[in-house]
Ligand binder design. Structure first.
Ligand SMILES: Nc1ncnc2c1ncn2[C@@H]1O[C@H](COP(=O)(O)OP(=O)(O)OP(=O)(O)O)[C@@H](O)[C@H]1O
Ligand SMILES: [Mg+2]
Length: 257
């Protein structure tokens, strides 16, 4: 296997539910994975198993409870669990792209600006950013009459396409995709599959969640099945020891959701 770009070692995540007497919810225990450049690893497992939680840990939205999450660069490593807060800004600008399931809408910011922003924040010029944003929106079949509007009132599928355009435009080397095709029709799902395959071809490492089996089969190199370890405990000591099994994707994917 070629050198991984992202690796997780004995990764664990628990939440303390302050509203419920400080109860401990162990969502992930001892997860190991490796993700290489140009590879798409698809997370599978039942609802509530911790798929989105894993993406949020990689994106720095959720703190890592134990274990290591490491990015490997040619000139060194970056351990995410100990990364200072200010470094996350640079990492999200330059390295980690995240397509969340729902667009976070900022009032009065137009669709075009939402999509241009990741490029502008890297210093790409206004004219080039605008041209690339418009090309991406057109490719995702978002009607031109919507480009000047803030996406707050858009339909679910329209918002999702704005989110995808924003996520893919800056060509981050690591992309996190949380059900990016959930609200899309078949034609737009196909566009997203093309975007994913193009990203893979230029070496993007991807960690994704796809409920649509057809999409999953077309983009996944491997599946990572997250298995039940969710325990509600007063402490960590009764956490299970097995969480995940890795396997190669095959045409007869046995996933059921
Ligand atoms: N911020 C949080 N505080 C407390 N519990 C949380 C938090 N975020 C997630 N959880 C819990 O962690 C578990 C995993 O949630 P997660 O959203 O990762 O599931 P999922 O596998 O993505 O499910 P789905 O397929 O429904 O999206 C759930 O039991 C959820 O309630
Ligand atoms: Mg989820």
């Amino acid at each position: 296997m070629i050198k991984p770009f992202l690796s997780a070692e004995a990764l664990s995540k628990s939440f303390t539910l302050h509203s419920q007497g400080g109860q401990h919810l162990v969502v992930m225990h001892d997860l190991n994975l490796q993700l290489a450049p140009g590879e798409c690893l698809v997370l599978a497992g039942r609802s509530g198993i911790g798929k989105s939680t894993l993406l949020k840990m990689v994106n720095g939205n959720y703190r890592i409870s134990a274990g290591r999450l490491t990015l490997h660069f040619d000139n060194g490593e970056l351990e995410l669990s100990t990364l200072p807060a200010h470094a996350w800004h640079v990492l999200r600008r330059d390295v980690i792209g995240y397509v969340s399931q729902f667009l976070r809408v900022v009032p009065r910011v137009s669709t075009r600006e939402v999509v241009m922003e990741p490029l502008l924040s890297r210093g790409v010029g206004e004219a080039e950013a605008r041209q690339r944003a418009e090309a991406m929106l057109a490719r995702l079949n978002l009607p031109e009459r919507l480009w000047d509007l803030a996406p707050g009132t858009f339909s679910g599928g329209e918002q999702q396409r704005v989110n995808i355009a924003r996520g893919f435009i800056a060509e981050h080397p690591l992309l996190l995709l949380d059900e990016p095709t959930a609200s899309l029709d078949a034609a737009n799902r196909d566009v997203v599959v093309e975007l994913i395959l193009e990203a893979k071809a230029r070496g993007t490492a991807m960690l994704g969640i796809f409920h649509d089996e057809d999409v999953r089969d077309r983009v996944a190199d491997r599946l990572l099945h997250l298995e039940a370890t969710v325990l509600e405990t007063a402490g960590l000591e009764s956490a299970g020891s097995e969480t995940a099994s890795l396997e190669t994707n095959s045409p007869t994917t046995e996933e059921t959701e």
